[in-house]
Structures are given as structure tokens and as C-alpha cells.
Design a protein around this ligand. Structure first.
Ligand SMILES: Cc1ncc(COP(=O)(O)O)c(C=O)c1O
Length: 360
């Protein structure tokens, strides 16, 4: 029997035949290709989480406003709880926002692919501004595009995934001032950056900042939060499903904010310090061009041999990085390495130096 045509489903949801293979999970492999560090929570905190879960009234709908969790997040990050909207991961909040806007989006390319996916799913038209050859953002070009397209929403990732570049305060100020619609700063990697833009929220009424627990080592706890003005959030709240943040997530999130975030953020700062050493070491390897990063990864381009050769060489030495070349033409011959532990980076750098000394 031939497969049914399924014409009742949207044609853009058809399998494009190119599912991305999941990287093999060989336990002996040094995984410097994943962006989520592993958080180690104390046995005491895990026990506390267990007892919090066991006292939940599972037969009742949870608090649709997640009042206590918003208070915990607000207290930790010094944001008024009324200026917070919660989602099951920050990607759900992107979806809510894209559903809520009344016109086109302006995106930078390359950036987090989920922006394009969600724009397609929510039927939002997209305009794009390409990064430069050196993967930097030309703010002048972005401002021109804002004037030309008058987007309902500009989305920028700070630091940008996959390039690692951070935005400067004066860039944000110019973009927020020039934008007739909203400006979203996606700060999924902010714990590793030199600064966050939460402090600019009061200054620009169209500014929104999106945060996540995922890149702190808690990707399985699907918790994201959006900080913005009350006026914006009251409207966005109407595009959110009422119980998107379930009772378990509310309980776990509150506990983690109070008891785990300080340690996880301190660890992120140590990772950021190791990133600077890694950048200097990569710059010192002949034939390697690293791109400046404010995230927990560094993008680098081997100049004297194809990235695929370097990738294979590292794999044969038991080290996985991510060959990111297929993702976008500007990322040709680019590899991405996650800022691991000191001993892991030593092993990676030794392997890379030896590969780069080999025959071209
Ligand atoms: C820039 C950026 N924003 C958002 C996300 C999604 O985060 P979450 O796990 O909170 O949905 C990611 C995940 O890779 C990301 O890179």
C-alpha cells in the first residue's frame, strides 16, 4: 500500500529527508560539541526537591500565574515579578512572542535556527540581515534594515549562537531607539557574557530580555523567562497556554533559583575565564583563526586545511567538536568547541596542535 498523501497537513511540515543525525554517544569520547554543561546538584538539594514534589497536590491545576516562581526569579535577578513571563524553556516564549506580533520579524543570519523554524510555524514573514565575513554584526546595516522594513520584532541573540559575539550597550541603545516595534535580546548564554541587558529594561519600553536555565546546566528543567514591561507582558500572556508551566516545574524552578543558581552562575564565570585562556591558546596555534566569543563555546576556522579534516583528526583522537560548516555559507570551514574543564581543553589543544602540524 502506498503512503497516504496527507494533504490535510501543511506542506511545509513535510519531511525534508535530511534529519540531523544525533551525535553518537560513545562514553569514551570527550564531548566538546555540546553546549549544555552538566550541573551537579547536591544530594541535599535533590532530596529537598523530592520532598517538595511529594507534597504537591497533583490533582489540582497549578497556579496559572506561577506567582511564587516569578517571585523567586525576580528576587534573584532583581526584576519586578510583574515584569516576568514564564515558559517551558525559552523556546516556548519565543513561540508565544512570535504568535503575538502583528507584522514581520527581523533576524540576523547566522543565528539560532529556532528563530526561523518558529517564524515559519507561526506564519510570520522574516527579513534577514547577514553578518559580515568576519561574523561580526554591522549595526549600520541592521539599522538600515529596520528603517526599510519597520519590523514588528527584531531578534538578537547576546551572545550570538553560533558565533559567540556579544552586543555592546551602545548598539542595543541605537537599535532599541530605531525600532518601531519590539526588540528581543535572547540572553540564553548571558551567564558567560561580560554583561546582561536586564538593566536597560526601564530605559527602553520596547526592550525584552529572554533568559533560560538550559545553558547553566539545567536543560532538562524546561524553564525560560522573559523580562519586559507590564504592558507588553499583559498582552503576551494572552498568547500563552494557561498551564504551560506545570506544578512540578514551578516547584523545581523555585527551589533551584533559591539554592542552585548562585553556584551555577559562579561556575559559568569560571568557564568564561577558561574561555579567555582557550582563545589565547587557539590564537597561538599556527593556521587557526578563533572568533571572539562571550559564550561557553568558541568558533574557530582552520586556515590551512579543511575543517572536515580537522574534525576527523580530532575524532580519531577521541575528541568531538562540532563541524558547523553545513549550517550557513558564512560558517564555511568553521568548527565549534565547547569550553570544557581545564584538563579537557589541554587534551583538545594538544590534539589540535598536532593535527595542524601534519601534512596539508
Ligand atoms: C540562542 C538560544 N536561545 C534559546 C535557546 C533555547 O533555550 P531553551 O532550552 O531555554 O529552550 C538556545 C538553545 O540552544 C539558544 O542557543
Amino acid at each position: 500500500m502506498s503512503a497516504p498523501a496527507l494533504t490535510w497537513l501543511r506542506t511545509d511540515l513535510k519531511d525534508d529527508g535530511r534529519p540531523r543525525p544525533l551525535p553518537e554517544d560513545r562514553s569514551s569520547l570527550l564531548r566538546l560539541d555540546r553546549l549544555e554543561p552538566a550541573a551537579t546538584l547536591s544530594p541535599r538539594l535533590l532530596r529537598k526537591m523530592g520532598s517538595t514534589f511529594s507534597s504537591l497536590a497533583l490533582s489540582r491545576y497549578p497556579d496559572t500565574g506561577s506567582t511564587d516562581l516569578k517571585k523567586s526569579i525576580g528576587r534573584y535577578f532583581h526584576v519586578d515579578p510583574d515584569h516576568i513571563l514564564l515558559g517551558k524553556g525559552s523556546d516556548e516564549l519565543l513561540e508565544v512572542l512570535f504568535l503575538a506580533i502583528s507584522g514581520p520579524l527581523l533576524l540576523v543570519e547566522p543565528s539560532f535556527p529556532m528563530y526561523q523554524n518558529l517564524a515559519r510555524l507561526t506564519g510570520r514573514p522574516v527579513h534577514t540581515v547577514s553578518l559580515e565575513d568576519d561574523l561580526s554584526l554591522d549595526t549600520g546595516k541592521l539599522l538600515d534594515a529596520i528603517r526599510q522594513h519597520a519590523p514588528a520584532l527584531v531578534v538578537l541573540s547576546h551572545p550570538n549562537n553560533p558565533t559567540g559575539e556579544g552586543l555592546r550597550p551602545e548598539e542595543i541603545e541605537r537599535i532599541a531607539t530605531a525600532s518601531p516595534g519590539g526588540l528581543l535580546i535572547d540572553e540564553a548564554y548571558a551567564p558567560y557574557a561580560r554583561r546582561t541587558y536586564l538593566d536597560l529594561l526601564g530605559k527602553f519600553p520596547n526592550l525584552m530580555v529572554l533568559r533560560s536555565l538550559s545553558k547553566l546546566g539545567l536543560a532538562a528543567i524546561r524553564l525560560g523567562w522573559l523580562a519586559a514591561s507590564k504592558e507588553i507582558l499583559v498582552r503576551l500572556d494572552k498568547a500563552r497556554l494557561p498551564y504551560n508551566v506545570d506544578g512540578l516545574l514551578q516547584a523545581a524552578g523555585g527551589l533551584l533559583c533559591r539554592e542552585a543558581l548562585p553556584t551555577l552562575e559562579a561556575r559559568a564565570r569560571q568557564t568564561a575565564a577558561r574561555r579567555e585562556h582557550l582563545f589565547a591558546a587557539l590564537s597561538g596555534i599556527p593556521g587557526i583563526h578563533p572568533f571572539p566569543s562571550q559564550a561557553n563555546f568558541i568558533l574557530f576556522r582552520p586556515l590551512s586545511m579543511p575543517a572536515s579534516r580537522v574534525d576527523a583528526g580530532l575524532r580519531s583522537r577521541g575528541i568531538a567538536v562540532r563541524d558547523i560548516s553545513p549550517d550557513h555559507p558564512l560558517l564555511r570551514d568553521c568548527l565549534r568547541v565547547t569550553v570544557g574543564e581545564r584538563h579537557e581543553l589541554r587534551r583538545f589543544l594538544e590534539a589540535l596542535s598536532s593535527i595542524m602540524k601534519g601534512p596539508v
